[in-house]
Write a protein that binds this ligand. Structure first.
Ligand code: 6PG
Length: 223
């Protein structure tokens, strides 16, 4: 496990931003997956403030979404928009998200796949992931049928624990990413991090198999 431990979430966000900038340096185009949840928000604010990716035509892809209207406080796309693109999406950048105004989550996943193909996307250069206390990442929750989906780019999934429909990138797309950056902060993540180190069969472990993965965590999460 490639692990970097930071004293503060500001240090963590700055280091993650630098890693992404270095990875994309000199590139004309890039595709970056961005997760929702609370942990990456500081990183998105830092990337937005530094304007360091303005000369690369970045396609930003929402990794997963809660099937709620975009003006709902739970919307990942809206939260990412406020932090990563506060002040506006740079002219050469694109933002691919799940359309939650469609009739249901299945239609949202299919429309996303059509957009992915229309935009001729192949794989993610970088994907920023979070990790839930139960070991989920994206909306790949333990015990849900989406864990078996290997032949799609995106899929709908009902999460009984949350009583909520979600839409998510699938395992094969996350595993194919050139670089996975997993962010985890706070003492509530210490137990799951220990399980990951022990190689437990969790979605976050399956999603980051093979390929290059870096964990950026703070001292509390590192235990
Ligand atoms: C979401 C996510 C999800 C998230 C984890 C961790 O929509 O919630 O994309 O996979 O990354 O639940 O969430 P926190 O960063 O809020 O702990």
């Amino acid at each position: 496990m490639n692990l970097r431990i930071f004293d503060s979430s500001d240090d963590l966000a700055a280091a993650a931003a630098r890693t992404i900038e270095q990875r994309l340096a000199g590139r004309q185009t890039a595709v970056v997956g961005v997760s929702g949840g609370s942990t990456p928000r500081r990183l998105y604010e830092v990337l937005n403030a530094r304007k360091s990716l303005a000369s690369t035509a970045v396609t930003w892809i929402v990794v997963d979404e809660r099937f709620v209207p975009e003006d709902d406080p739970q919307s990942n796309a809206a939260a990412i928009g406020r932090t990563l693109f506060g002040g506006g999406l740079p002219a050469s950048h694109r933002f691919l998200r799940f359309d939650t105004s469609l009739a249901d989550a299945a239609q949202s996943a299919s429309a996303f796949e059509s957009d992915w193909q229309r935009m001729r996307l192949d794989r993610l250069d970088v994907v920023i992931l979070g990790c839930g206390e139960d070991g989920h990442t994206a909306s790949l929750f333990p015990g849900t049928p989406v864990l078996d989906v290997e032949d799609r780019i995106a899929s709908e999934v009902f999460v009984p624990r949350l009583d909520q429909w979600r839409v998510t990138l699938t395992f094969p797309i996350i595993r194919a990413a050139a670089l996975r950056i997993v962010l985890a902060t706070g003492a509530s993540k210490a137990a799951v991090l220990r399980e990951v180190r022990e190689g437990a069969d969790l979605p976050i472990v399956r999603a980051t198999e093979g390929g290059e993965t870096w964990w950026f965590v703070d001292r509390e999460a590192a235990g």
